[in-house]
Design a protein around this ligand. Structure first.
Ligand code: YSA
Length: 334
């Protein structure tokens, strides 16, 4: 009787190990575990039946089945580890179709203002102007005073200012124009100077189709001995040719800015209507003297243009407010 129990334990072990070797997937291994080591599995059933054996056989039969259980548990753990290392078990073979095309990640693009600014800067860089950037939060003295716009000057009314701090001695504001970079550059550098300076500006504007309260400008400044108005016109004509082509009508008109003498504005034809894209002029001698330049020796020209306006004329955008409304239907067209 004891011999036949031992024989049947050996048979059970052989059968269990054979079927474990044949288990190929996670599911098959789990089925095997339930069949042999589970609560209702072969071994548990046999262990439970040990109690019904004659007393003299119980001890040996129980010990033998417990040794088998321990061997099978070890064999099972090893099989699971081998399977996960070789990758043969984890997923059914058809779980991943590696022939399917991958999912494309969505790429963002440059904002149209940024695109336009980069194009403008490239034109001037090609003509030898160097790009410099300055602060958006600016001192009053750079935004107005040193540009020949003293506190009571009526020109300040044209640029309704958003103040950050009006109480300190050095008053602080959101710059209304990029012109302060003319002063900051000349303070640091002796002539010759040839710079362009892009960036955001802010004004307390009542908005309409061509005016935003937040917009970009690109400033330009050239100072050297013998710089004339014809250098200014030649430079700006070359710029408009590069941006709008040779056929577009361009208009220069006299205009007033306290920091130039004479001053002009430049407009571009837009379906029979003139749209102003920039102010410009010959740098006022007072501005040159204010930064320590000798105005009897040096002259210069300067300009400040609006990239959003230029993009409107270039791409026929009817309202400037589209630029900062964050509507992807607009932005994704560029
Ligand atoms: C003039 C002479 C210089 O020697 C140098 C610069 C300048 C320009 C001067 N600083 C200025 O800001 N003039 S401006 O008020 O007429 O603005 C220049 C350009 O900025 C405009 O032609 C327009 O293209 C853009 N701009 C001005 N206000 C705007 C605006 N764009 C959108 N919304 C606004 N609210």
């Amino acid at each position: 009787m004891a011999e036949s129990a031992a024989a049947s334990t050996q048979e059970l072990e052989r059968a269990a190990l054979d079927s474990l070797a044949a288990a190929k997937s996670e599911t098959e291994l789990e089925d095997w575990r339930i069949a042999y080591l589970g609560r209702r599995g072969e071994l548990s059933v046999r262990l439970r039946s040990v109690g019904s054996l004659p007393a003299e056989q119980r001890r040996e039969a129980g010990a033998s089945l417990n040794r088998l259980k321990s061997r099978l548990t070890t064999a099972f753990d090893e099989a699971v580890q081998t399977a996960s290392q070789s990758g043969r078990e984890t997923a059914p073979l058809d779980a991943i179709d590696i022939t399917l095309p991958g999912r494309r990640s969505k790429l963002g693009g440059l904002h149209p203002s940024e695109m336009m600014m980069r194009e403008i800067l490239e034109v001037f860089n090609d003509m030898g102007f160097q790009t410099v950037e300055g602060p958006i939060v600016e001192l009053e003295k750079y935004n107005f005073d040193m540009l020949n716009v003293p506190p009571d000057h009526p020109a300040r009314d044209l640029q309704d200012t958003l103040w950050i701090d009006r109480k300190s001695r050095d008053k602080v504001l959101l710059r209304t124009q990029t012109s302060p970079m003319q002063i900051r550059t000349m303070e640091k550098q002796k002539p010759p100077v040839r710079i362009v300076s892009p960036g955001l500006c802010f004004r307390h504007e009542a908005t309409d189709a061509t005016h935003e309260w937040q917009f970009h400008q690109v400033e330009g400044l050239a100072v050297d001995e013998g710089v004339t108005m014809s250098d200014l016109k030649g430079t700006l004509y070359e710029f408009t040719r590069r941006i709008f082509g040779t056929q577009r009508k361009i208009r220069f008109r006299c205009d007033y800015f306290p920091f130039v003498e004479p001053g002009v504005d430049v407009s571009v034809d837009w379906n029979g209507r003139w749209v102003e894209i920039m102010g410009a002029g010959m740098v006022h001698p007072k501005v040159l003297e204010g930064v320590g330049y000798d105005s009897s020796k040096y002259t210069g020209f300067a300009f400040g243009m609006g990239p959003e306006r230029i993009a409107m004329l270039r791409y026929n955008i009817e309202d400037i407010r589209h630029f900062f409304s964050n509507d992807l239907r607009f932005l994704s067209q560029f």
